[in-house]
Design a protein around this ligand. Structure first.
Ligand code: UD1
Ligand code: UDP
Length: 362
């Protein structure tokens, strides 16, 4: 079985790590990095920490408008597919890299397998919602992480090829949690006490690209009565500069802005935070898996189980709303296993083996 995996952005390196390890050991995997994320701290650090093989191809597409970035990826992925002719193309999540790979493969009649199928925010303005809907409808094999995702695919008329396997982020979290505790020194180096700080991440376009909204988030984070550690995505940093909002950061002594951190530091920081404030899909899910209360600065979430179980709350990008939510944050008594059992990657490979004649590579 020859599987061509396409990744490009930070969360995709994390998601692919668990599956790639098995594929490379037992089959043939061709790993393509689109180059959507290219800074060391958003890309190479994940390959190093998660001991991933280097990509077979780096398409070096880089940043750009949606059309430009997705178009460049489409052209370059098509070339690779024509050369490699894999049995299937494996894609993850909902980024521009996901959609470009699915579209290139579908047009060449190469089956597409989508990990994290069936997630929806029902917010049509969100670029990820466009990417994930189209990718699901271009896929032959759909790996849904949850019962809700499987049901959503059914409502959209997709029943064949759907496999509910659990969430690959749980696999990789389980495999690395102890290691992260043992080797991460960042919290102590920053002088933060376990259980006495808030961990924040913000990068969604809806929060970063509107100056008033970004200002409100900065004001809200500045007013929190605990140290707030904020590994800042370059998109957010760029917008803060562009909108002239740096003085707000400088005036908030308890706000600790750092560069994006590697996966092991991130896991350790998440696990010991009092509370996580985020707009990231992956971070909401990790907060849940680590049983750390989370506030999500968005109007909706794809990860609805985190909210229905009481561990995650949606909060408006307004200082008063965030302050109220931070003080009212509690830890529910129940913590159901919504995201599988940590064996999603193995199930994904088994499904692929059933679909494609298992020819072990020479
Ligand atoms: C992308 C995904 C988003 C995902 C996120 C994970 C899309 C539409 N968005 O958002 O779904 O949640 O990745 O982090 O695919 N930049 C750098 N260095 C880098 C990469 C980006 O400085 O290595 C800066 C550039 O200014 C760039 C901006 O960040 O223009 C946005 O990058 P881009 O990949 O377009 O989108 P993200 O916001 O990272
Ligand atoms: N992450 C990380 N360092 C950071 C921020 C996030 O290692 O500074 C990890 C996080 O633990 C999760 C993944 O990146 O595994 C989530 O990616 P991101 O928030 O960029 O994207 P999303 O999940 O929203 O698509």
């Amino acid at each position: 079985m020859r599987i061509l995996t396409v990744v490009g952005a930070r969360p995709q390196f994390v998601k692919a790590a668990a599956v790639s390890r098995i594929l490379r050991r037992e089959h043939r995997e061709i790993l393509v990095h689109t180059g959507q994320h290219y800074d060391h701290g958003l890309s190479q650090v994940f390959f190093d920490e998660l001991e991933m093989a280097p990509p077979d191809y780096n398409l070096k597409v880089g940043s750009g408008s949606h059309g430009h970035q997705t178009g460049q990826m489409l052209v370059r992925i098509e070339d690779v597919l024509l050369q490699e002719r894999p049995d299937a193309v494996l894609v993850y999540g909902d980024t521009n890299s996901t959609l470009a790979a699915a579209l290139a493969a579908a047009k060449l009649h190469i089956p597409v397998a989508h990990v994290e199928a069936g997630l929806r925010s029902f917010n049509p303005a969100m670029p990820e919602e466009i990417n994930r809907r189209l990718t699901d409808h271009l896929s032959q094999i759909l790996f849904a992480p949850t019962a809700a995702a499987t049901a959503q695919l059914g409502r959209e008329g997709i029943a064949a090829g759907v496999h509910q396997v659990g969430d690959v982020m749980y696999d990789i979290l389980q495999a690395n949690l102890e290691r992260s505790r043992a080797c991460s020194r960042l919290r102590a180096a920053l002088g933060l006490e376990a259980g006495r700080y808030v961990l924040a991440t913000i990068h969604r376009a809806e929060n970063t690209d509107d100056p008033e909204r970004l200002r409100a988030i900065l004001e809200a984070f500045s007013a929190i009565d605990l140290p707030v550690l904020w590994p800042m995505h370059p998109r957010t940093r760029a917008r803060i500069g562009q909108f002239g909002l740096e003085p707000l950061l400088a005036a908030a002594p308890q706000l600790r802005v750092v560069e994006p951190v590697g996966y092991l530091d991130m896991l350790a920081l998440e696990a010991q935070a009092r509370l996580i404030l985020t707009d990231s899909g992956g971070v909401q899910k990790e907060a849940y898996l680590l049983a750390v209360p989370c506030l999500t600065v968005r109007g909706e979430t794809e990860w609805i189980e985190t909210v229905s179980s009481g561990w995650n709350r949606l909060v408006a990008a307004e200082p008063a709303a965030i302050a109220l939510a931070v003080t009212g944050c509690t830890r529910p008594a129940e913590h159901p296993a919504h995201y599988g059992d940590g064996n999603a990657a193995r199930r994904i490979v088994e499904v692929l083996e059933r679909h494609f004649a298992v020819a072990v590579p020479a």
